[in-house]
Design a protein around this ligand. Structure first.
Ligand SMILES: Cc1ncc(COP(=O)(O)O)c(C=O)c1O
Length: 388
């Protein structure tokens, strides 16, 4: 038989989704794949129940339902101060996952290069390769996740580079890029005429005193930033698969075409049910941030009490823990054994790094108090079970 696609041989099956399968099969608490175990806002669920009976149930406009795009445009302007024309500069996608894929396919030609920070959210490598481009990795220091501007410039000035991807707040590191860091990236993007494709799905999960700055708000960046985000994390609806791209019309013309042929559109009943959430007042977002700050304190406070080392998350719902003390050569072996014998599943950090880093594992803490407390309870035996 003829060969299958060479592109798909350049990346692996998702390590995160493999860990979820393992957690399910051995009854471990799944702190690997990041999704909440609590309900979305009641108003969304109530609206969903109404929509189940009243519709819409057929295809929406491919760029997304009119009322959804208008509500999103207002919400975005409220938080970033930037107005995106709902008819020309917004497209609603099946999650931020599709938003990123459509954005990459819209800007990359075969042979182009895309700069990724390492550690990175695992989809970016696959997205880059699927769009015909190849990744160039810029390392973030595994202790505090800062970058060397000279190394970044060396990467961004290479021939064929088209875009840089920025995950901010960042999965897996929990880093929130400072304004000064964003200015460095923006200045280089302008200098070398590159697009910046941002993934800002954790924009509302930031721990004080850190603050989220939208890349598109920096001078000169509105025209070259392609912002991807979604409702998954902000409203605890990872299964609704509602995401979006925000970009100027020139770019959006291309993104729309890719989106149209990739998925036709996001789910009409779910868009209709989510409009109520896009209209929530500011108190919803401050309560969300406070709720996540509580979960972070509970879980990372527990890790600290148990004597583990980790980098304090500045945003997102992830924490990277250092497992050097256990002396394992393979973090994957460590995570598999921990899931089976301690009953808590985490993601081996090596799946996020290009460099040979295998002393970190990633937990997520978007869980009810009782789930986090039970996880900490189980982790009490970690040193005994995993010690060599
Ligand atoms: C950084 C990042 N981007 C995108 C996604 C996926 O978002 P969505 O559910 O909107 O596709 C995730 C989910 O974990 C994520 O962590």
């Amino acid at each position: 038989m003829k060969d299958l696609s060479i592109r798909t041989s350049h990346f692996y099956e998702s390590v995160i989704r493999n860990m979820t399968r393992l957690a399910n099969s051995c009854g471990a608490i799944n702190l690997s794949q990041g999704f909440p175990d609590f309900d979305p806002p009641k108003a969304m669920m109530d609206r969903l129940a109404e929509v189940a009976h009243n519709g819409p149930h057929q295809y929406a406009l491919t760029i997304g339902a009119q009322n959804f795009r208008e509500a999103l445009s207002k919400k975005q302007e409220r938080f970033s101060g930037i107005f995106y024309d709902p008819n020309k500069e917004i497209v609603i996608t099946c999650g931020s996952t599709e938003a990123m894929m459509a954005s990459m396919m819209a800007v990359c030609n075969p042979g182009d290069k895309v700069v990724l920070f390492s550690p990175f959210y695992e989809n970016y490598t696959a997205d880059t390769i699927l769009s015909g481009a190849s990744p160039i990795y810029v390392p973030l220091d595994p202790h505090d996740f800062t970058f060397d501007p000279n190394v970044l410039e060396d990467a961004m000035k290479q021939p064929g580079v088209k875009a840089v991807v920025l995950c901010n707040p960042s999965n897996p590191s929990g880093k929130v890029f400072t304004r000064a860091e964003l200015e460095t990236i923006a200045a280089l993007a302008i200098k070398y005429d590159l697009y910046v494709i941002t993934d800002e799905v954790y924009e509302h999960i930031v721990f004080a005193p850190n603050r989220h700055t939208y890349m598109a708000t920096l001078p000169g960046m509105r025209e070259r930033t392609i912002e991807c985000s979604s409702l998954s994390k902000t409203y605890s609806v990872t299964g609704w698969r509602l995401g979006y791209v925000l970009a100027c019309e020139r770019i959006m013309e291309r993104v729309k075409k890719v989106h149209d042929f990739l998925t036709v559109g996001a789910a009409a009943p779910l868009m209709e049910s989510a409009v109520v959430a896009l209209n929530f007042g500011d108190e919803y977002y401050s309560e969300l941030a406070a709720h996540y700050a509580h979960m972070k304190e509970l879980f990372t406070g527990g890790l600290k009490n148990l004597g583990f080392n980790f980098t304090e998350p500045q945003g997102t719902y992830f924490v990277m823990m250092d497992i050097s003390e256990f002396g394992y050569k393979s973090d994957t072996e460590f995570c598999e054994k921990m899931a089976r014998e301690v009953g808590v599943a985490a993601v081996p950090g090596s799946s996020f790094f290009r460099e040979p880093v295998n002393h970190l594992i990633r937990f997520h803490f978007a869980k009810k108090d009782e789930t986090l407390l039970e996880s900490l309870n189980r982790l009490e035996s970690l040193k005994k079970v995993m010690g060599k």
